[in-house]
Design a protein around this ligand. Structure first.
Ligand code: CA2
Length: 147
């Protein structure tokens, strides 16, 4: 059986498309999920969002046991959560860290990602389309490793 790709989303991303469209665009998280499912092709995806750190850690543990790859937009936890970094470090498969906005163009508090230290690759600044790019890249990474 082929293993799924986990697509994990952190705090406030459930509000996507509803507030601050000048930064995050007009696409809702529901539309992002549809986009990811389409881009995943035949591969199953587990798509989740939570405002709670412990839930995201729980899904990372699940991915460690059952998953092929992780695409994660940790939102504000990117810069604060050593717990998420520690969980991701236990994962053997590819990890793509994703941000809708270009975090490096923003205020200094958005510059130092802890999660990047565990990521295989980082995508930032492509808007919601970045999720599609991440799924395509993840499929290629998994195909090349035949996972
Ligand atoms: O650009 C991204 O994807 C971010 O991960 C979004 C986070 C921010 O803390 C990161 O630095 C960059 C914030 C998510 C907030 O989501 C909202 C969505 C709609 C309206 C307001 C906030």
């Amino acid at each position: 059986m082929t293993k799924p790709i986990y697509v994990l989303n952190g705090p406030n991303l459930n509000r996507l498309g509803k507030r601050e469209p000048h930064i995050y665009g007009h696409t809702t998280l529901g539309q992002v999920e549809e986009m990811c499912r389409r881009a995943a092709g035949k591969r199953e995806i587990v798509f989740c969002q939570s405002n709670a750190e412990h839930e995201i850690i729980g899904w990372i543990h699940e991915a460690i046991d059952e998953g092929a790859g992780i695409v994660i937009n940790p939102a504000a936890f990117t810069f604060t959560s050593i717990a998420i970094l520690d969980a991701l470090k236990q994962f053997d498969g590819p990890i793509i860290e994703l941000h809708i906005s270009n975090i490096h163009k923003r205020e200094a508090i958005y510059h130092n990602s802890l999660v990047s230290k565990a990521a295989t690759a980082v995508i930032a600044g492509l808007g919601a389309k970045g999720y599609e790019t991440a799924m395509t890249a993840m499929r290629q990474l998994l195909d090349q490793d035949q996972v």
